[in-house]
Design a protein around this ligand. Structure first.
Ligand code: MG
Length: 391
């Protein structure tokens, strides 16, 4: 049987899941012990629509994507999203100037009022065009994810320093793979993917990772966070809080920032997220959830559509009620076919082929909980009519 290309199937998707039996056959390999979905599974949620943003130029910051949480958009009022990194809370002495958030040396770190965790972070910075100092003393600031781990901000344009303290380094942990900085005064663009460390029962189950692009050049590729780093000290693995603010460092240099936004990331499998590969326990639970949703959808349908949807639900999880209903409906369908006069059977071809395709799929992957006489009955009809021969 010729299946529709995937792009065509994707177009059919709507709020109500389209049966994976829509083409008369389940589309790909079924769910298994660690994969809750079939291959090309139409029960899987469609990707959320996001209107893309625009890229920044030196003159103009770009526009964030539609689902971004904007922390600094250049407006005067945007300072309200930030506070001094002090407890109890006090106003920050950092200032908004010419559409930028500027460090006033001596005023201390600034932190976002917003707290978050795993994210895609976009942030742009500019070191003073008048070069002062060298090594760690020139255009130094820093981006602290959750306030815990620093992606270094430093004017390293013709400015050597220790590699694990370079611009784009995970400070004290890993140097950047390259130095793609522009000259001081220019806007430097950081795009960061952050995953916090995960602990369970006091044991680290995921070290957390940072991926960093500097001016579009990959400088950190899924670098393990390894405790969070620090100055002169090797850090040890430690749990982070569930959420934390973004902190920007005052290192005594008037570094400017603009266009700061993030997008929260879905949870990893280890963190209880729905991913392609999950633990056997999480897979079973997810499969049961998908099966229930399909059964609920089946209840809104009738006839063959209902039977196919119930059969589909059995590919995810056993359910006695669904199986009993399938058996009854399969029996009724078989009787209807048997009672159809030979000259009218052609009008049932579409339905017969769909049900046959589904039954073949379920038989192939041993997904039928019991025997159905319909399997052989339909196979015989199709063979006699030569519907299985390519024309
Ligand atoms: Mg720093």
């Amino acid at each position: 049987m010729k299946l529709r290309p995937l792009s065509h199937l994707a177009l059919l998707a709507s709020a109500i899941p389209v049966s994976v039996f829509a083409d008369g056959a389940f589309y790909g390999d079924p769910p298994d012990a660690i994969h809750p979905w079939a291959i090309h599974d139409m029960n899987r949620a469609q990707p959320a629509r996001v209107e893309p943003g625009t890229f920044s130029s030196q003159e103009q910051p770009g526009k964030p994507p539609s689902d971004a949480v904007v922390l600094f958009d250049g407006s005067e009022g945007a300072i309200a999203n930030w506070e001094a990194d002090k407890t109890p809370t006090v106003e920050t002495k950092w200032v908004v100037k010419d559409g930028t958030l500027q460090c006033v040396p001596g005023s201390g770190y600034v932190r976002s009022k917003e707290e978050f965790s795993d994210c895609q972070l976009h942030i742009e910075w500019s070191a003073p065009s008048e070069v002062k100092g060298d090594s760690q003393g020139r255009g130094n600031s820093g981006i602290f994810l959750m306030g815990q781990v620093e992606v270094q901000v430093l004017d390293n344009y013709n400015n050597p320093t220790y590699a694990d303290g370079f611009a784009g380094s995970v400070y004290g942990i890993n140097p950047p793979m390259a130095n793609p900085l522009q000259a001081p005064g220019a806007w430097q663009v950081y795009d960061i993917v952050f995953r916090r460390p995960l602990f369970k029962d006091g044991q680290q189950i995921d070290p957390g990772y940072l991926t960093v692009f500097v001016n579009g050049v990959l400088v950190q590729d899924h670098t393990p966070i390894d405790g969070g780093g620090g100055h002169r000290a090797r850090s040890k693995p430690r749990p982070f809080p569930d959420q934390g603010p973004l902190k920007l460092q005052d290192h005594g240099n008037p570094v400017r920032y603009r266009n700061i936004w993030y997008r929260p990331l879905p949870k990893r499998a280890l963190d209880g997220g729905d991913t392609s590969v999950m633990s056997p326990e999480a897979t079973l639970a997810k499969r049961a959830e998908i099966a229930k949703t399909i059964r609920e959808d089946a209840a809104t349908k009738q006839g063959v559509d209902q039977m196919l949807r119930l059969m589909e639900s059995l590919c995810y999880a056993p359910n006695e009620g669904a199986w009993n209903q399938v058996r009854q409906e399969a029996e009724a369908f078989g009787k209807m076919i048997a009672d159809t006069p030979a000259e009218k059977i052609e009008s049932k071809k579409g339905e017969i082929m769909r049900v046959h395709g589904a039954l073949q799929y379920m038989t192939k992957f041993k997904l039928l909980p019991g025997d159905l006489s319909l399997v052989n009955q339909l196979a015989t009809v199709i063979k006699v009519r030569e519907w299985d021969k390519k024309k």
